[in-house]
Design a binder for this molecule. Structure first.
Ligand code: ADP
Ligand code: MG
Length: 615
């Protein structure tokens, strides 16, 4: 069990598109979703860089059309992957920002910040979003927050989980636990809808978001939540449906106008926004029109999209979703007849066709749509955070048992995958196995650790390679014990030991997947402080400017009010007008050249002239 933590503990759903933060509320015996400063309960997972400052969340998303190259989204698609990963390669064409290869083929996002190029890892972008969510919670709780539970797609692999932990560390958070998104949703469902169930219930969670798809079968009995199986796709979601529509219209536009807009990022971006809006509308209406003024070379774009056309464009993707549902049930060894509740979460689960398919699959069962699909994951994360936190008197008393999504093993002779921990094993777990050396007097044993379901080891995902060296000279089949230790976050440690001598070695997966080193994380924490410093300075400057603006406004209003201004001497009037002029000049001038102190000094001067007059 994880140790108890002191202080507030929050739950963060770090989504591809939107993030959401919640905290346990003792008074109401439930989690509370915290709204951001714009009053929104979810915050865009978006970070932007300009020549003067950095923006995170709504502010970043709002300026995206004017600054596409420096507005970063989709960091969750990049995290824990290599640049050469085919999934990343396919996405590269669609992103308006630049991604280049770093050390070990690690994808690095290139942005221009304050006129200089900066290379950022996906972990850093994610850490900025986490920091934002932390600040949203701190504003609400009126106290600092250190502890958090972060959710990841159940189907995230070892490197993606570790990279998410790193992002938390850079954000200065103490990550109490990483939990799976559908599991969090099941927790939210169990607590909000079911109360205490003494009968065992099989709950199927269908979570389709912006970029990822996750399903889980969870059984709930009394206070025990046990994940029986999980399945998913870390690259299937709303954005793929948008892409299908975009492709369709690009071709259509080409046919009608004989021009290709696919090379123009700005046109594509505008078409993308319009397509996503149309897709969302189609969840409520049967047809919708898409209009983009002057989409390309002055040509306006206007077209109709029907719900049935949209469904046809995405038919195979919808079928793929249902295959995953089937796989999960098979793994859980639960018949669809025995599923009591089907819970839909994630923005894309609002698509009517998908709802029909899911309902049909579960033989007409009513789907539970009453928990908020955008908030359920953060809600569950906050419940888990409360469970791990110390300061709560009436935290819910639950037990959560989760599983690992992918089989873990090592490569043995003939490139065969020898599984030590089968997929859907309950975590935490530990497995060991004895292996023999291949040759007589073998001096070292190479151990390659893989995750995945394919028989041939090299078809799976290589997590790391290590070598147990200086073995005692012995005949072949000299025993070596390999031990896999999977912690409650689904993060793996591997040890190998020469049985006879007890010589031990622990694997370091750092380089294989381009995981950040402790040093890099330290540097990134320092840089995060620098960004925060810049942000604070920027905020101070804005505040100083607003204070001056308000004061100048007050002075002008005074002068315009003949009744009051007529009472003062003309020399004073002259002074005031000159001061107003000076203030305006500063406010309207080149803001790059003005410092916070300039605004403050000016305000000070104006006050010394005007304050004595109005007293
Ligand atoms: P994530 O967890 O990946 O950030 P969300 O669960 O917030 O994603 O879902 C975002 C996705 O849901 C986006 O692709 C968005 O277009 C899609 N979405 C939101 N509302 C609707 C709707 N009414 N119909 C179809 N898709 C929707
Ligand atoms: Mg989500």
């Amino acid at each position: 069990m994880a140790s108890k933590h002191v202080g507030h503990a929050i739950g963060i759903d770090l989504g591809t598109k939107y993030s959401c933060v919640a905290v346990w509320d003792d008074k109401n015996g439930g989690a509370k979703i915290i709204h951001n400063e714009q009053g929104n309960r979810t915050t865009p997972s978006c970070v932007a860089f300009t020549d003067s400052h950095r923006l995170v969340g709504d502010a970043a998303k709002n300026q995206a059309p004017f600054n596409p190259k420096n507005t970063i989204f989709d960091a969750k698609r990049l995290i824990g992957r290599k640049l050469s990963d085919s999934i990343i390669q396919a996405d590269l064409n669609l992103w308006p920002f630049k991604v280049v290869a770093g050390v070990n083929d690690k994808p690095m996002i290139s942005v221009e910040y304050k006129g200089e190029e900066k290379l950022l890892a996906a972990e850093e972008i994610s850490s900025m979003i986490l920091t934002k969510m932390k600040e949203i919670a701190e504003a609400f709780l009126e106290s600092p927050v250190k502890n958090a539970v972060i959710t990841v797609p159940a189907y995230f692999n070892d490197s993606q989980r570790k990279a998410t932990q790193d992002a938390g560390a850079i954000a200065g958070l103490n990550i109490m636990k990483i939990i799976n998104e559908p599991t969090a949703a099941a927790l939210a469902y169990g607590l909000q809808k079911r109360g205490n169930c003494s009968e065992e219930r099989n709950v199927f969670v269908f979570d389709l978001g912006g970029g990822t798809f996750d399903v889980s079968l969870v059984t709930i009995k009394d206070d025990v939540y046990e994940v029986k199986a999980t399945a998913g796709d870390t690259h299937l979601g709303g954005e793929d449906f948008d892409n299908r529509m975009i492709d369709f219209f690009v071709k259509d536009f080409n046919k009608k106008n004989k021009v290709d807009i696919s090379e123009n990022p700005r046109s594509l971006r505008r078409l993308r926004t319009a397509c996503e809006r149309a897709k969302m509308n189609l969840s409520f209406v049967k047809e919708t029109t898409i209009e983009v003024d002057s989409l390309f070379q002055g040509i306006d774009f206007c077209s109709l999209m029907t719900r049935s056309k949209f469904e046809e464009l995405n038919k195979d993707l919808f079928v793929k979703c249902m295959d995953t549902v089937e796989k999960c049930l098979a793994d859980a060894k639960v018949d669809k007849n025995s599923v009591h509740d089907v819970v839909l979460v994630g923005g894309s689960s609002r698509i009517p066709k998908l709802q029909n398919l899911v309902q049909e699959f579960f033989l007409g069962k009513d789907l539970c749509k009453s928990i908020n699909p955008d908030e359920a994951v953060a809600y569950g994360a906050a419940v888990q955070a409360a469970l791990l936190a110390e300061n709560l008197s009436i935290a819910p008393d639950l037990v959560l048992l989760d599983v690992t999504p992918l089989s873990l093993g090592i490569s043995i002779k003939g490139d065969i995958m020898c599984v030590l921990i089968p997929r859907n094993s309950m975590i935490p777990t530990k497995h060991e196995k004895l292996f023999g050396t291949f040759e007589d007097n073998q001096s070292a044993a190479k151990i390659a650790v893989y995750e995945g379901e394919r028989t041939r080891a090299s078809d799976n995902n290589l997590l790391g390679l290590f070598c147990l060296s200086d073995l005692n000279p012995s005949p072949r089949r000299h025993p070596i014990k390999v031990c896999f230790d999977l912690d409650e976050n689904g993060v793996l440690k591997v040890y190998a030991e020469e049985s006879k001598t007890g010589k031990k070695k622990e694997i370091t997966i750092v380089n294989e997947k381009g995981r950040l080193t402790a040093q890099e994380i330290k540097r990134m924490i320092q840089e995060a402080e620098m960004y925060k410093d810049d942000d604070d300075k920027f905020k101070e400057k804005v505040e100083a400017k607003i204070a001056l603006e308000e004061y100048v406004y007050k002075m002008s209003a005074f002068m315009e009010d003949a009744k009051v201004s007529s009472k003062i001497k003309s020399s004073q009037k002259k002074n005031i007008e000159a001061a107003i002029g000076e203030g305006r000049e500063l406010l309207d001038g080149n803001q790059q050249k003005v410092e916070t102190a300039d605004f403050e000094n000016c305000l000070h001067k104006l006050r010394s002239i005007f304050d004595p007059i109005i007293v």
